[in-house]
Design a protein around this ligand. Sequence first.
Ligand code: PFF
Length: 443
Amino acid sequence: MSSARDHFSSRLGVLAATLGSAVGLGNIWKFPALVGQNGGASFLLVYILATLCIGLPLMIVELSIGRAGRRNVVGVFRVIAPKSGWWLIGLGAVISCVFILGFYSDVAGWVFAYIFKAATGGAATTDPAAAQAAFARLTGDPVAALGWQWLVLILTGAIIMRGASQGIEKVTRILMPLLFLLLVGICLRSLTLPGAGEGLRFLFMPQWDRISGDVILMAMGLAFFKMSVGMGCMLIYGSYFKEDVHIPSVALRVMVCDLLVSLLAGIAIFPAVFSFDFAVEQGPALLFMTIPAVFASLPGGSLLTTVFFCLSAIAATGAILSLLEVPVSCLAERFSCSRTRAVPLVLAGLMLLGAPATLSLGIWQDVRVFGLTFFDAYDALSSMILMPVCGIATSLFVGWFWPERAALAALGNDRAARTVRLLCRSLTPLLILLVLLHGLGLV
Ligand code: PFF
């Protein structure tokens, strides 16, 4: 079975696909604003340390487990740890992916909608209140919001249906360079604005007094989310890596390129934000209210906004492909069915599950589960609970329970392999535990 398994065919394809998963909306709406608001260069340093201690080792470990077992995220543990309960990590990852997709595809839908809004001049307003009203009109219209979400799911499903090499690899090999190109283009425009220096200062000026326990924990959570670990995406991608791929080098490159994309996004956004004296926000407010208003203030604003949402759509697509591949490969391999059958089934399930999240920003905004809207509940369950729990379990498995020889062989049998295994024995699971407790409000 394993010899017939699909695999990424080139080194560039491996990098593009893996980077495609790491680069996502997090680079645009989360990372730059968090850096600016929490100490600039000093936050960056903490984030890099957190990535080195949590994100990078876990990415290496997940890619290696995937390659060692060459199965879907549940089946892989049945191969490398038979007759044990470790497959539950895979199950947790599938559930986590499905819930993340439930709200992430929703946001991606808004991004796609804004490409058309911007291209037709519908997003052009310099008034933040008008931008907010336009955004509320989209999220409050159930037909439009669901329609865009489903369009994104169908589009990414069509790519996934073609498999790892013909689908994911081919598409991300085109999209990733395009994303860099568009981003650099907007950066150049942004940097030539009067007052751009202030935006750069906001982003890069080290403010050591801003570093607190809370900020450090936030940086650790960000490192986790940014590297797409703890939910099986790296596990399944690793299962498509050929034997000659040096996993630690790929993971390190992905980490550096992902950081670069986040910083370029910050350079594209903040000089313009400061130049027009807008408030710095994060999350949907930055993406759907501040950005259209800021770019609309510039000559050629509609074109800039359109390009910006195109690159955001590219980022969202790469991340969704990796999330979608987790349940699809599981279903296809578990029930020995083709992707042509598995993809529509998974999409139908996601459309049903995603609908409450989408509607919870409009007509269902008063419906609560555990005091949260569906959108926030999906986010909390997946990124605050399941991701860290799966991350802790994966590192403990590699550090303590996977027989040393097998673990080291899978990790590459070199100094990097021994360091990663050592980190998985103590520091990495401990730090993720702190992230988990922080997310639950216990630290
Ligand atoms: N890393 C992606 C981002 O920064 O937007 C999001 C993501 C994708 C998180 C895949 C987790 C994941 F498994």
